[in-house]
Write a new protein. Sequence first.
Length: 241
Amino acid sequence: MSENKTRKYIKYAIGEIILVVIGILIALQINNWNQKQRNKELTIDYLEDFKKDLINDTIIFNRALKRANNTIQKDKAIIAANDFNSITKDSLYDILRIHHSMRIYQINNSTYTKLLNTGFTEAKEYRELFNTISLYYTIEYKIYGEYIEWDKEQTIDMNDSEFLEYDNIDLSVLNKSIENTQLPNLDDNTRNEIVNFITSNKFRNRLYADYTRKERVVNRIIIQKELATGLLKLIDAKLKS
């Protein structure tokens, strides 16, 4: 080839290479933009699901606080009471039924579990928010669960042997799921047996342990509720922006 034609071919080849490189760069840019948009849409979907879970959590916390505080008030009222001989038979049996645990008030972490299982990597602009969410469902979730489990383990069930050892107390009447069940008339021996039981140091100490434990559980529920409320505000602000 002559020198002029060689130069033309080299220029042509370089031009073709440049066009190919530009095409690849444009394609990569479009692909990155599309991936970014998909991540953003998926992130918003996750945040909406987290929002639903947190709203349900706050409802659960409110129910738990109401029930726990009600139990605490009853425990304290029984300890402070001086005369049990004049109260009705219904009230006496209700005192025996007072114990319950907070085991049913668990946090819903289904969305967070789904997020971990899919291996989703959130968009960079949401990373700080996702770190806060992760903290709620790991460290704070674990601490809250430990308090609930502690109360579950320490709460005495009605079928505990300490209840059953009182022969004159008929626990079957406490099962109010049977329709039209009527509490029987209490004879003096039965009433005295129940009064002796609920005024014993063993029972009073159990009430004291129950309400002091639940006071600590209530404090933890309040903390968890504040965390959920704060996280809801952050998610709302991010979704609006």
